[in-house]
Structures are given as structure tokens and as C-alpha cells.
Ligand binder design. Structure first.
Ligand code: COA
Length: 146
């Protein structure tokens, strides 16, 4: 298994993804990442087979990276590929002078992110946004600082 940077030609890989529980239409949102932000997104593959992806956006000031989505093919889960994808992103981000990686996640994945060294934090959100994130969107915010 190898992990490499997402490339512009990789947009077709999104067709192979089972997006659930996200709607399939998300792929059009993420297309822009293959064009503008491929720099900090990575793909896991084995002998040409697409196994997973981490799609990220870097802030304009370059100080933070937001993980839009991390996904591993169902049959390939729980073999460490997701952990390797996020670790690769972090290594790259740290080399680039990024100070923090952050993301939103559902309750089911909170332990997974904790195991990857992330901690829940809302300090960078206004009280109104925190209320929206927790009680309307019903997701958690996690961050890892370097
Ligand atoms: C989240 C996801 C990317 C993890 O990828 P993965 O390759 O299965 O992760 P890893 O194999 O690196 O996980 C390592 C550990 O996490 C555990 N783990 C996997 N999914 C977990 C979960 N949902 N909650 C808690 N622990 C979990 C594994 O059991 C493993 O633990 P172990 O080494 O002690 O056995 C994958 O489950 C996925 O694609 N899910 C669907 C898409 C999704 O929900 N993305 C996240 C949006 S926020």
C-alpha cells in the first residue's frame, strides 16, 4: 500500500466512493479540491487500486488545514489505512509550517479521532457557531496542534 498526493486527474476516483452517510452530490463539492487544494490531500492505493482518500483544505494564511473528508473503502477498513492517511497529512502539514489540523465529525468517530491524537475543541468558534455545530449540525470539532 502506498500513499501519494491527490492529483488533478484523480477526480474520477470519487465515482468509486460509497459516500454514505454523505450524499453522493458531495463529489461535486470536493472536485474543487482536486483542482485547487490537491496539495494537501492524499490517496491510498495498492497496485493501482484506490483504497482511500483524505480531502483537505488549507486556510488562506497557510496556518491551518481543515479535513473535509476521510474515507477508506469498506473492505479495506480497520487495517490502519485511515490512520496512515491522516498521519501522512499531518507530516506534510507540519513540514509546510501548518500549526493545526482540524475537522468536524459525528459522535461515532470521536474515539477514532481521539486515538489519532485529536482533542475536542470549540475555542476557535464563536458561541453562536458552537451552538450551531453541536446542537443543529450535531457534529464535534476536533483539533491537533503542532
Ligand atoms: C473513519 C475511517 C476513515 C477509518 O479508516 P480505517 O482505515 O478503518 O481506520 P484504521 O484502520 O486506521 O483505524 C485504526 C483503529 O481505529 C478503530 N476504528 C475504526 N473505525 C472506528 C470507529 N468508527 N470508532 C472507533 N474506532 C474505530 C479500528 O478498530 C482500529 O483500532 P485497532 O487498531 O485498535 O484495531 C473509515 O471507517 C471510513 O472510511 N468511514 C466512512 C467514512 C467516514 O465516516 N469518514 C469520516 C467522516 S468525519
Amino acid at each position: 500500500m502506498r500513499i501519494r498526493k491527490l492529483e488533478k486527474k484523480d477526480f474520477f476516483l470519487f465515482n468509486q466512493m460509497d459516500w454514505s452517510p454523505l450524499p453522493k452530490e458531495r463529489d461535486s463539492i470536493y472536485l474543487n479540491l482536486t483542482i485547487d487544494q490537491a496539495d494537501c490531500s492524499f490517496v491510498a492505493e495498492e497496485e493501482g487500486e484506490f483504497l482511500g482518500v483524505i480531502l483537505c483544505t488549507r486556510s488562506a494564511d497557510g496556518q491551518s488545514v481543515y479535513v473535509n473528508h476521510i474515507w477508506v473503502k469498506k473492505e479495506a477498513r480497520k487495517k490502519g489505512i485511515g490512520g496512515k492517511l491522516i498521519a501522512r497529512l499531518e507530516r506534510y502539514a507540519a513540514q509546510q509550517g501548518v500549526r493545526r489540523v482540524w475537522l468536524f465529525c459525528w459522535d461515532e468517530l470521536k474515539d477514532w479521532y481521539r486515538n489519532q491524537g485529536y482533542r475536542e475543541s470549540y475555542s476557535f468558534l464563536s458561541p453562536e457557531l458552537k451552538e450551531y455545530v453541536r446542537n443543529v449540525k450535531k457534529v464535534r470539532a476536533f483539533v491537533k496542534k503542532f
